[in-house]
Unconditional design. Sequence first.
Lengths: 216, 302
Amino acid sequence: MIGPIMIGPSSSHTAGVVRIARAAIRVLGAVPDSVVITFYNSFARTYEGHGSDKAIIGGLLDLKTDDQRIKQSFEIAKEKGLEYTFKSIGNASVYHPNTIKLNLKNGSKEVEVIGESLGGGIINIAAVDGFKANFSANSFTLIIKAEDISGAIAFISAVITQEKTNIATMSVSRKGKYDIACHVIEMDSGIRKTTIEYLNSLTWIKELIYIPEIDK
Amino acid sequence: MSFLFESFKGWKAYCESNHLNLYESVLQYEVSQKGVTEEEIWLGLAKAFEVMKEAVDSGLSEDMTSKSGMINNGAKKVYNFPVAVLSKEFQKLISRALAAKEVNSCMGRVVAAPTAGASGILPGALYTLQEIHSLNDREILEGLLIGAGIALIIEQKASLAGAVGGCQAETGSAAAMASGAIVHCLGGSVDQVFNAVAITIQCMLGLVCDPVAGLVEIPCVVRNASAVAIANSSAQIALAGVNAVIPVDECIEAMGEIGSSMESRYKETAMGGLAATLTGQEISKRVLIQDIEILSDEDLPE
């Protein structure tokens, strides 16, 4: 009720926006060298007035929600060589009113992250690379892209069980039958590096992204 | 303990039967909810108060011009004006609430208390209270805990969000938190703290959220100043033992009832009130992005 300590003017237009960017760079695994940012619906018209443009660049540079340098994020981006383009689209009614799409690039690696700012700094990462994701990035998140084979869900959750962490949410979506499936798992506590390495070494697991608490 | 902050009546009963001061029960609650030590709670509060004071000071010393231009160093003008309408203290009080809120509008660092839109009220009130009465930090932090308890109950019974309950839910709640904190810091009883909250809510009821161009600037900044004045007038009334007559829980319920019957154009949508005035519309056209892409049906995301 007293707090959070944050950069103004509004929790949904600054704090939430910074957090979407912080989650997205963790999906990419690095601070990007170029990015296309699309603000949708309500955000499309208001992002500049609320400073959401500076907030998203600040988050992409890994600044925290209470970092006073957010106001100067454009200058910092220039120094660090981060190239960015803004777009605004007003009528994507299938999206939440405050939606941002980020197309991030680092060298040859590219990811697409769609995030929603729900108010009070709370976010939902709705999609990653076209897969439904729906995670809050409040705790510890695992995103695993794997072959769509029988027993994959049971196997992954059994491995996580060994870590004595509790699975808070889990969702699985796939492009098609026996194609690639995307597992998104939110856990109450972190898992060890060796476990991540083990999962990553399995031939049927194509990609693993581990996102510990984004505000730390 | 989990039901403690459902009503003021319950809060008082809990404190009486456990021989606790109001702030001690909030401290206990925070420890149990966040799984941290008392020491960590005090440190967090001290950090919050420090950021509040910092916001006041930077609002009174640094350039505070918002991107839209609607906010343009108002707090400094008020602080430095040679004529004091009431007293130098009142002038400082008003300018400090303006200052912290201007920092918020200009992308500076603030403490959401309870929200970012109302982030000038507690800093203005507590900074000034500490100065006038030479209170130590510990006493102010106790006041912040009382404010947190008040906000917890308002959130349960009504709302703290402008989009749900209008401006009364944001600046009204912040003013209620501030007036309760002031009365506590000046040695008021539990009933006097509650009366201050009740009187503040009575004064703030019905206030709509109608921000020009949807930005947290006009009228949000000046409403932080008026709310801090009401917080102080209510504290003065309550401390003298004047009864609010309508009990505090019922005042909050009235706020909830008014909030839920308020039309959505008065709840942060920038469709009614000041936002819908001729000038409000003109400003909106000027500051909001106009070259928005509208996709054709086949290009829309699935």
